[in-house]
Design a protein around this ligand. Structure first.
Ligand SMILES: CC(C)(COP(=O)(O)OP(=O)(O)OC[C@H]1O[C@@H](n2cnc3c(N)ncnc32)[C@H](O)[C@@H]1OP(=O)(O)O)[C@@H](O)C(=O)NCCC(=O)NCCS
Length: 184
């Protein structure tokens, strides 16, 4: 399987529309990710990714066998959080369970730490019941720092979320697997 992280292109719009229009994805993300997901959502998403300043945000398409099948991003914080970046991602349901996101997370963390020399911390905040996402983070070396009780309101219900982080100083074991190794 050929897995590439690359910048978004306008011609990815058909793939985004096909794969992002899935409530199993939307219900695990923030409300900014809509459902149903329509053409203008896909176009707006791709335009915002293309326009992003890579000094502050990395938006990457996850390309598998020539198709853009998912999205992964790092967004640098501001003010006192300027040395911290938030990780976000989703993958087309047809591709779940093959280790793709674990590899993608490892790669974008490397890219972030390479590109932003002041970066010391990458974090993600999955909903506590999002077992697959939590497992991805754990497999990619993130540590669970805590459960933020009743921190999320999604579709009228309140849920816990989890704080996971991967510090720059935790990256030494990554060296062995830098280009997407699959053994860890
Ligand atoms: C979460 C998501 C990115 C995972 O992508 P993926 O490529 O399938 O992930 P991987 O294959 O690398 O790893 C998934 C792991 O979760 C496990 N898993 C999946 N569903 C599970 C479940 N319901 N219960 C327990 N474990 C589960 C898999 O078995 C695998 O672990 P393993 O390798 O130890 O067996 C994908 O499901 C997705 O896009 N979900 C919707 C959007 C989302 O949740 N985004 C993250 C928001 S924080």
């Amino acid at each position: 399987m050929d897995l590439i992280l690359r910048p978004w292109r306008r011609e990815d719009v058909e793939d985004v529309l096909r794969y992002a229009n899935n409530d199993k994805i939307a219900r695990n993300l923030r409300d900014i990710f809509p459902h149903p997901y329509i053409l203008t959502d896909a176009e707006g998403f791709i335009e915002s990714c293309i326009a992003a300043d890579e000094e502050e945000q990395l938006f990457r398409a996850i390309e598998v066998d020539g198709r853009a099948v998912g999205s992964i991003s790092l967004c640098l914080g501001s003010d006192v959080y300027r040395m911290t970046a938030e990780l976000g991602y989703w993958l087309a349901e047809d591709y779940w369970g093959r280790g793709i996101m674990t590899r993608a997370v490892r790669r974008i963390c490397w890219e972030g730490y390479d590109r932003w020399e002041d970066l010391v911390r990458i974090y993600a905040q999955p909903f506590a019941h999002n077992t697959a996402s939590r497992r991805v983070l754990e497999k990619a070396g993130f540590q669970l720092e805590g459960v933020m009780r009743e921190s999320v309101c999604k579709r009228g219900r309140v849920y816990d979320s989890c704080m996971y982080a991967l510090l720059m100083e935790d990256m030494d074991w990554y060296e062995r697997e830098r280009d997407g190794g699959e053994t860890h």
